[in-house]
Ligand binder design. Sequence first.
Ligand SMILES: [Zn+2]
Length: 298
Amino acid sequence: MKRWLILLLILGVSGVALYYAQRQKETPVGPQAIVNALAQTEREISRVPAGMVRLSDSEEISAGEAMAQNYVAQRGTLSAADVAIENYVGEVGGVVAGHARRKLIYKFHYIPNANFVNAFALPGGHVFLGKGMLQLMDSEDELASVLGHEVEHIENYHCNERIALEARLRHLPLGGLVTLPIQLFQVGYSKEQEMEADRDGTTLAVMAGYSPQGAIRMFQAFAKLQHTYVTKAQSPDQELSRVAIQGIVGYFRSHPLPEEREAQIRRIMVSRNWPQPQEKKLRVGPEPAKTASTKPVS
Ligand SMILES: [Zn+2]
């Protein structure tokens, strides 16, 4: 009787192993596959009950600092024009982060890569913005909303909890956290955390004097991108490179629907009676960011 049980158990385990081996085979290789796999893992991890360990502020800051330094070193030296853009991003980010609750030193970095249609935050206060994302904007209010969103991933301990969890899962000592792949912070968080970063990030931007229309028009630009490159997929009139499109597809796989994000901000805008000052024009040059015709007007 016992032997039968053991045999059944072996058969069961082999079946499961075979199933996973088969699934692995179907997974395409390449950097995007890694990002997608990470996004999947993160979605599974995000179901782990809350109340997990967090790093202390000083641990979070030193881990984030080391990761940011590594990443900036890989990015290489910026051209004079890109330094000017980075300073501008830092100026807007500084004003927005001035209203943050956690008293951290926020630093804003620019990644001059048009294929990088994303922004992300590292633990401790570092925010990175890709050229591809900046090119979607035409107002400073949009920039403020994106930077506010990233600041709020730090403020609300989303980055801290992610790094703490990874450290635990991988049995890494504090000094080893710098070896974590940066993609862990680029793939997005749980839906609840993304919606929270939208709410609090737009609130920061509004407190800094920006219009919530910036966030709304950003979500509309995302919706247009999603429609062009994800829903319709590979339209013949596509203007972006394959790498950029892969990034966009990955972004929408790990973020809530832009329409939902827009609806949430519209609800809050009404309930809190947010002021809607005229949006400020984006001050980046000499390369024009985006022509008015490529973006829906709200
Ligand atoms: Zn986010």
